[in-house]
Structures are given as structure tokens and as C-alpha cells.
Design a protein around this ligand. Structure first.
Ligand code: SAM
Length: 288
């Protein structure tokens, strides 16, 4: 029998602990056993796997993760929830860090656990107000995490996974797909949460690419270029680059043409590979 993860048990836990749901921490608790079961089947988790969970809340997902994995390292910012979690779970294979995940060095926390694992994956129903910073932090900073399976707003899930020349493709899509294979694994309706959020959600699966196929000469230049290129979506790429770098438009058009790109192209039409080629080209011309 599960301890939590149904409407009744979640309500019971909230009442028993006199817990007040905090909107500012993006607290929407999952209360559907079917969805919870499906989420933990998406990543590859076995008894050699270390799972990182960001925002365990009352522990509905944690309960499933503890059963399947070697160990769960959970980060929870809300001290009230840290107390409730410690009372709910006595399992040895759970470690809770009661702090803001964004302030932690996750690889260092993993090493400090000092356990023998074969793989590290992130599984989380993320707080929606900081979904993007959390994902970017992990893919930019961690060398140990190989896979992320995360619940996000459907709109964000679409941006993370969308392809060039579609309406949702933006700078986040490029930054994510440069380092990961990204796909929507499942859509999730609002009514499986307490309280129900205003929008639908989705589970996104991000697999870190072992070897990035093509690496820019300067990642910093690449990320800056991508951000500036999408700054004003309705403008052409040349216009956005002119604003960012101050280079004459006529020169920028000829640089694009040298790379076999149309001078009138918009950022949304460039693939990740195109952005890398363009970044290297501008970088070699000292346009930074
Ligand atoms: N995993 C639980 C579930 O599915 O029922 C709760 C998910 S809820 C959407 C997000 C959780 O993240 C909350 O428990 C919230 O307190 C926690 N949280 C919010 N900001 C955080 C941060 N910066 N670091 C760690 N946890 C955070």
C-alpha cells in the first residue's frame, strides 16, 4: 500500500501536518497512481541507479523512485516539507538536502554521498517558476547526470523539444537540443494535481548526448549568438545580429551567404548545426 500519491492520502497528509501549500514554491502535488507509475517507467532506472529528485514535496514520486533505484538524492527548499518527508520515509536509500537546488553543486553532492552507482538520472515534477534555470543548470554544469525525465508546463515542453521552422522553436530549443536528445514522453492533464495548475503539463525526456556532434569554438559565443538571434522574433536574423554586434548589415548578409544561408533568413529557420557554424564563423572574424 502506498503512503501517499492519491487525492485522499495527500489531503490527509496536508491536514495531519497542518501544512500550507505555498504558491511561491510552485507546489502542485501529484495525486494519481497511474501517472506516477508511468513516469518512473520512462527513464532507465534499476538497482544500480542513483536518482536525483528536485522538489519531492510530500513524496508521492519519491516513494516509487525509492522502490526502483539504488538511492534517491532529493532537494527540497521548503523546510516544512523536509520535516514531513523525514517523518514519512525511514528508508536508508533516501538523502534529503533541504536547500534551493539552484544554489547547489550537484556533482559535488553526488560525490559526497559516496555510493557505488552505475548511472545517474534526474526524475522530477519540477516547480514551474524555475523549470528552465533548473534544466539549464543541470545540462551545463553536471558531468555525471545522463538523463532527465521532468514534468513541465506543456508550453515549455513544446519549446524544449520543437524543431526548426515551427512556432515553438526558440533559443531554449537550440540550447537544449545542442546537448540532448529531447522528446515529449507523455502529456498530463491538470486534474492529477492538488492544487490543479492553470495549464496542462507534459513529461519531457532529455538524454544527454555522449559526444556533442559538432562543438562550437566558444560555447559562450554560441549561447550569446543564439539568445541575440531570437531577441526579436519577427525581425530577420541580420537585423538581430546588427543590433547585437553592431556589424554592417551588408557584411552580415555576405557572411550568411558564405555559409549557404539566405540573407533574409530568420533565427527560427536555423538548425542547431547552422548556429554552431555561424558562431564559429563570426568568432573567427572577432565579431563577439
Ligand atoms: N514531487 C512532488 C509531487 O510531484 O507531488 C512535488 C512537486 S511540486 C510541482 C515542486 C516542488 O519543488 C515543491 O515541493 C517545492 O517546494 C519544491 N521546490 C520549489 N523550488 C525549489 C528549489 N529552488 N529547490 C528545491 N525544491 C524546490
Amino acid at each position: 500500500m502506498k503512503k501517499i500519491g492519491t487525492i485522499n492520502k495527500t489531503k490527509e497528509a496536508i491536514e495531519k501536518n497542518k501544512f500550507h501549500i505555498k504558491k511561491k514554491f510552485g507546489q502542485n502535488f501529484l495525486v494519481d497512481q497511474n501517472i506516477l507509475q508511468k513516469i518512473v517507467e520512462i527513464p532507465t532506472i534499476n538497482k544500480d541507479t542513483l536518482v536525483i529528485e528536485i522538489g519531492p514535496g510530500l513524496g508521492s514520486l519519491t516513494e516509487y523512485l525509492l522502490e526502483k533505484s539504488l538511492h534517491v538524492l532529493a532537494y527540497e527548499i521548503d523546510s516544512e516539507l523536509v520535516r514531513i518527508l523525514s517523518e514519512t520515509f525511514q528508508e536508508d536509500n533516501l538523502s534529503i538536502i533541504g536547500e534551493d537546488f539552484l544554489k547547489r553543486d550537484v556533482d559535488n553532492d553526488i560525490k559526497t554521498l559516496n555510493i557505488k552507482y552505475k548511472s545517474v538520472v534526474v526524475v522530477a515534477n519540477l516547480p514551474y517558476y524555475i523549470t528552465t534555470p533548473i534544466i539549464l543548470k543541470i545540462i551545463e554544469e553536471s558531468k555525471l547526470i545522463k538523463e532527465l525525465v521532468v514534468m513541465t508546463q506543456l508550453e515549455v515542453a513544446r519549446r524544449l523539444t520543437s524543431k526548426p521552422s515551427t512556432k515553438d522553436y526558440n533559443s531554449l530549443s537550440v540550447a537544449i537540443q545542442y546537448k540532448t536528445k529531447a522528446e515529449i514522453a507523455m502529456k498530463v492533464p491538470k486534474n492529477v494535481f492538488i492544487p490543479a495548475p492553470n495549464v496542462d503539463s507534459a513529461i519531457v525526456k532529455l538524454e544527454i548526448l555522449d559526444d556533442v556532434l559538432l562543438k562550437p569554438k566558444s560555447e559562450e559565443h554560441f549561447y550569446n549568438l543564439v539568445r541575440s538571434s531570437f531577441k526579436q522574433r519577427r525581425k530577420t536574423l541580420v537585423n538581430n545580429l546588427h543590433v547585437r554586434y553592431g556589424e554592417e548589415k551588408i557584411n552580415l548578409i555576405s557572411y550568411l551567404e558564405n555559409l549557404d544561408l539566405n540573407g533574409q533568413i530568420r533565427a527560427e529557420n536555423l538548425s542547431v548545426r547552422d548556429f554552431i557554424r555561424l558562431s564559429d564563423y563570426l568568432y573567427s572574424k572577432s565579431i563577439k
